[in-house]
Design a protein around this ligand. Structure first.
Ligand code: KIV
Length: 296
């Protein structure tokens, strides 16, 4: 079954697990209700990624994103969707301290947003935390390879797995997180051979972002896909539209029409008040509205 066909209910993490080695899992990021509702009919999974720090808030990294920000955006995405599985990223500092800290914050995300799962970055070192969460009813999506929250210790946003040792480390990370109970694993910025081996060797779907078509599914940042985020373009991004150009054209036209008093036109106004003629010396009185219109 292709899960992108209507199923009459919201998909679950179990549906995603069942896609292992079957139809590719289609995922995109979403941060707001209107965008979630536009994407929802076409995707299996909506990720409320902490990339929102850079894409929405203009921050240089994801480090300043807070749990409260993720919860507010998670609520919006759940409200705007009815079919896709919604997964919310755990931001930097909200889970690395201890499994208990991770559980407290993951529980807040699930209970306050209605999302189905959380995502957290990390490999072998996070396996204990992933097991702690999954054993207590928190579905977890893993994230290995290029881990943006580790940007400083990784020496920048660079592909992982260049050397034999690095490749083995990515594999060990993915396997540890899968064995700890993650229902799917994002594999970011790594080489095709590494992604292919990891995909073969774990029982849950791998979701690639710069991880090659060998993965069981793909995810991208929606603003990259739509050409709305143009500050930089990672190698693995394909722009399927150039909406920033469309925004530029639309706003130029709006500004021109406002300056020329062409907008708003009569069709955007609530009717015309007749100025009633008064005898000379008396002030003009404003008459009734002709015709009456509603706000819409
Ligand atoms: O934060 C995010 O949007 C992500 C995806 C790019 C995988 O982690």
């Amino acid at each position: 079954m292709s899960v992108t066909q209507p199923v009459g209910r919201r998909l679950t993490v179990r549906d995603i697990i069942q896609r292992k080695s079957a139809d590719p899992v289609v995922c995109l990021t979403a941060y707001t209700a209107p965008m979630a509702s536009m994407l929802d009919p076409h995707v299996d999974l909506l990720l409320v990624g902490d990339s929102l720090g850079m894409v929405v808030y203009g921050l240089p990294t994801t480090h300043a994103v807070t749990l409260d920000m993720m919860i507010a955006h998670g609520q919006a995405v759940v409200r705007g969707s009815s079919k896709a599985v919604v997964v919310v990223d755990m931001p930097f500092g909200s889970y690395q301290e201890s499994p208990q800290q991770a559980f407290r914050n993951a529980a807040r995300i699930l209970s306050e947003t209605g999302a189905a799962a959380v995502k957290l970055e990390g490999g072998v070192e996070m396996a204990e935390t992933v097991a702690f969460l999954t054993q207590r009813g928190v579905p977890v999506m893993g994230h290995v390879g290029l881990k943006p929250q580790m940007v400083h210790s990784m020496g920048g946003f660079r592909a992982q797995g260049r050397t034999e040792a690095e490749a083995e480390a990515v594999l060990a990370d993915g396997k540890a997180i899968a064995e700890a109970g993650a229902f799917a694993i994002v594999v970011e910025g790594t080489f095709e051979t590494v992604a292919a081996r990891l995909t073969r060797e774990i029982a849950v779907p791998t979701i690639g972002i710069g991880g090659s078509p060998q993965c069981d599914g793909q995810v991208l940042v929606t603003e990259d896909v739509l050409g709305l985020f143009t500050e930089f373009k990672p190698k693995f991004v394909k722009r399927f539209a150039n909406l920033a150009d469309e925004v530029d054209k639309a706003v130029q036209t709006y500004a021109k029409e406002v300056r020329a008093r062409e907008f708003p036109g009569p069709e955007h106004c609530f009717g015309i008040r007749q100025i009633e003629q008064e005898p000379p010396g008396e002030p003009a009185r404003i008459g009734p509205v002709l015709p009456t219109t509603s706000i819409r």
